[in-house]
Design a protein around this ligand. Structure first.
Ligand code: LLP
Length: 422
């Protein structure tokens, strides 16, 4: 591993002048994604898993610039919906580098993907229920099929992202062999798949190894297979003092747990590719002392970055404008009318003042992607940085975009109490 490709980029490593310049030029809230770092993360993954197929789980960040970077870095793509398949094709991935993982797929998704498969017959579809397999057959699909298995063991940073033992995902392990064998008759059965969960590190790694071990057993029982996909989930350190995952050790343990199988190993990391490549910039608008706390109001909230509200996720925060002020414990709160709308509570930060720019770290994964327009708040803009130059890649949503899809039907003129137009 070389020094110019460290296992993690910390929030402190981002250049302050660059961040302040971006906030000034593009306004806040603003996501910035460093494509060079995305490429480095892809390279580190490919080096750790040299003879495996690495597939980027696009759901972590579907921006076109990211997908193109991943494509050029030789990493394939895993898509969770028709929309993600459309984005992957738009970004120039050939069909043989696209996996579509269907989770209770709406008919519209299956129709779209099967249509695209007719144009790109090398595309692979992963199904996690015999019912989904039937629905593919009904649509005339007889291409590359992978069966998603529920391995009965989950892992991940939060209860809400542990999929491995959740009945929603995959064919039950004890029926997996039979499902694979019966699908062989009608499809080009190429692989088996399982995903433990997201944000796996520390003690959870043992659970991940158990999942891989079970997938190895299943693979030996249903050979021949082209690949065994053991999912994504590699964690990144969100806390400043957390050590990075030892990717080489995880890769070695994965190989070991899989054992001898005559099939290619596949992994599907999302977070690991983009998390530390992204930062969210937000500006302080209101500072208030209340109930013994200092509440710092900013222009990014749970609609911009949902992870703290949804998973109690920790994201590093830095006062970029004034890094040397006296540190005081602050609650950083967004502009949404919900008490969950806080980015941190009681966090020591150099005293923020109105107009200061704060940076939120590890915002590249599941950041913009989970943004919403709740409270009729337009979604933020995004810039991509490559070779030290920033370029706007997603414009800031405007207020008028919020109503753009509402039909004319709802636009009646106001009336006074007599029912006449004023
Ligand atoms: N493969 C499958 C089938 C998945 O469902 C996922 C994530 C991945 C791969 C990639 O997992 P990763 O390497 O990114 O951990 N919104 C949550 C994460 C949800 C992940 C859902 N599935 C968060 O912000 O923590």
């Amino acid at each position: 591993m070389t020094d110019d490709n460290p296992p993690i980029r910390r929030l402190a490593d981002w250049d302050a002048e660059t961040l302040l310049g971006l906030a000034d030029e593009y306004d806040t809230p603003l996501y910035a994604i460093d494509l060079d770092r995305v490429r480095e993360n892809c390279e580190r993954l490919r080096a750790a898993f040299p003879d495996a197929e690495v597939r980027y789980a696009a759901k972590a960040h579907t921006g076109r610039a990211v997908l193109e970077t991943v494509r050029d870095a030789g990493v394939d793509v895993e898509c969770a919906s028709a929309g993600e398949v459309m984005r992957a094709l738009d970004a120039g991935f050939p069909g043989d580098r696209i996996q579509y993982t269907a989770v209770n797929p709406p008919a519209r998704d299956l129709d779209y993907v099967v249509d695209r498969w007719r144009e790109h017959p090398d595309l692979t579809v992963t199904a996690g229920a015999t019912d989904t397999i039937d629905r593919l057959r009904e649509r005339g699909f007889d291409g590359r099929l992978c069966v998603r298995v529920n391995p009965g063991v989950g892992a991940g940073h939060h209860e809400k992202v542990r999929t491995g033992a959740n009945a929603k995902f995959g064919v039950p392990y004890d029926r997996a062999a039979e499902t694979v064998e019966s699908a062989r008759a009608d499809f080009d059965l190429v692989g088996i798949h399982a995903h433990a969960g997201s944000g796996i590190s520390g003690d959870d790694l043992a659970n991940h190894r158990e999942l891989v071990r079970r997938m190895g057993d299943l693979a030996r029982a249903v050979e021949p297979l082209e690949f065994v996909d053991v999912g994504g989930g590699f964690g990144v350190p969100y806390r400043e003092d957390e050590p990075p995952l030892d990717l080489d050790a995880v890769a070695a343990a994965t190989r070991n747990a899989l054992g001898d199988v005559d099939a290619t190993l596949a992994v599907e990391p999302g977070r690991y590719v983009v998390a530390d490549a992204g930062v969210l910039l937000t500006r302080v608008n209101t500072v208030k002392e209340a109930g013994g706390a200092t509440v710092v109001g900013v222009d990014a909230g749970m609609t911009t970055l949902l992870r703290p509200a949804m998973y109690d996720a920790y994201h590093a925060i830095r006062n970029v404008t004034d890094p040397n002020g006296p540190a005081i414990p602050v609650t950083v709160a967004g502009p949404i009318c919900e008490s969950a709308d806080v980015l941190c509570e009681d966090r020591p930060l150099p005293r923020p003042a109105r107009g200061h720019v704060l940076a939120v770290g590890n915002a590249g994964a599941y950041g913009y992607e989970m943004a919403s327009t709740y409270n009729s708040r337009p979604r933020p803009a995004e810039v991509a940085i490559a070779g030290g130059t920033a370029e706007l890649v997603r414009g800031r949503e405007r207020l008028t975009d919020l109503t753009a899809l509402e039909t004319e039907h709802h636009r009646t003129e106001p009336t006074d109490e007599n029912g006449t137009e004023p």
